[in-house]
Design a protein around this ligand. Sequence first.
Ligand code: ASP
Ligand code: MG
Length: 406
Amino acid sequence: MRALVMKFGGTSVATSSHLRRVAKRIIQTRRRGLHPVVVVSARGDTTDRLLRVASQVAARPRGRELDVLLSTGEQEAMALLAMAIQDMGWDAVSLTGAQGGILTDENHTRARIISVRPDRIRAEIGAGRIPIVAGFQGVNGYQDITTLGRGGSDTTAVALAAALGLGLCEIYTDVEGVFTADPRVVPKAQLIPRISYHEMLELAGRGARVVHLRAVEIAKKYQVRIHVRSSFTEGEGTYIEEVGEVEKGRVVTGIAHEEKVAKVTITGVPDRPGVAATLFQALGQRGVVAGMIVQSAPRGGVNDITFTVAVDQSEEALEVTKEVAAELGAAGCFVEGDVARVSIVGAGMLGHPGVAGAMFGALGRAGINIQLISTSDISISCAVARSDLGRALEVLHRQFELEREA
Ligand code: ASP
Ligand code: MG
C-alpha cells in the first residue's frame, strides 16, 4: 500500500472535537487505500504558552532545556491523536521525533535535519499501524532532543516524505492554501492553485507564513510536491511544485509582508575593505538575522549602512552594532522600530523590465515613502513605515492585477 504523509497544524488539533475530526480524515485516507503517515504540531497556542512559562522562570533559558520543554507540545498532540484513532477502531502508534528517525545537528531551538532514518515508521506501516509522528522535533548526536525552529513541523513532514521516497506531502492548515497576499490583511487576495518552489521560497523567506521555509527547500531538493490545504474544508488548496510554462502568464505571483521590522543604521563608517564583514559576522555570531542590507555611496571616505531585523531582535542588533561602531570608529548608530517590509514575488519578472518602476510608481501615487529597497532575481522588497503597510499591500495587489482569478 502506498503511503501518504499528512501533516496537521496546531489549529487543526486545538480541541478534542478538532482532534476527532482530524482522526476521521486520517481514517478516510486509509479507507481510500493509502497508508497515512501523520505528522502533528502542538495544539493551539501550546508552544507560545510554554515559551511564556520558560521566560517567567528564567531570564535566558538555555536552548537544550527549551527544546525538552517545547517538544512536549507535539508529544501531547501525537498521543491524543493516536488515542482518538484507536477509539475509532483503527490501529495507530505515536512516535517522538527520535523514534521517527529525525536526526538533527546540535543547534538547539533551530536545529536542521541532517538525516532521516524511517525504519521504525516503515515497520509500523508494515504492521498495519498508522504512525503519528511528533513534528518540529528531532534528536542530535548526543541523544538530546532538538527543535527545528517555529513552524518546523512542516519540515518534519516534507523530510519524512522525501525519506520514504514519496512524491507528495499534504499539509493541512487553518487557511485554504497559499494566497496572492495575506487574506487577513488583503480581503481580495486570491488562492494560488499552483506555485513553483522557487516562488514559494521567496514568499516564505519574505514573510509568508503558510509553509516553513526549510520545508520548501527540502521539497525542492527532493522533488516532493507539497499540497497545502485546509483541514476544515474540502477545497482544492495549493500545489507547491515544479511549475514550467504556466508561470510565464503572470509577472507577479504574490505579495509577502513582514509587519514587525526594525531598521538599524550605523553612520560614518570608514569606507574600506572588511567593514561590512566585521559588522555582519558579529551579528551572525549572536544569532541576529539581517533582512535587507543597504549601504550608501561613500562621501568623504565614509558611508552609512542600514539593515533590517525582526523587531524582537532589534535590541540585540543595536547592542552588537554599538560594539562594532566603537571598534570601527564609526560616527554613531540608532534603531527605528516602526517599519514594515512589503515584497512582490514572481518568476515572471525575470527578464521583464519595468516591474520595479511599476511597484515604486504604485507606492508613490499612494503617497507612501519608500525607506529601503532590495531585490533578488524574482522579488523586489521595500521597507515602508508600518502605518503605511495596509495601504501598500492594497495598492500593489491592485497594481499587479492579483485580484482576478489566477
Ligand atoms: N509547534 C511549533 C510552533 O508552534 C511547530 C509548528 O507548529 O510547526 O512553532
Ligand atoms: Mg504551531
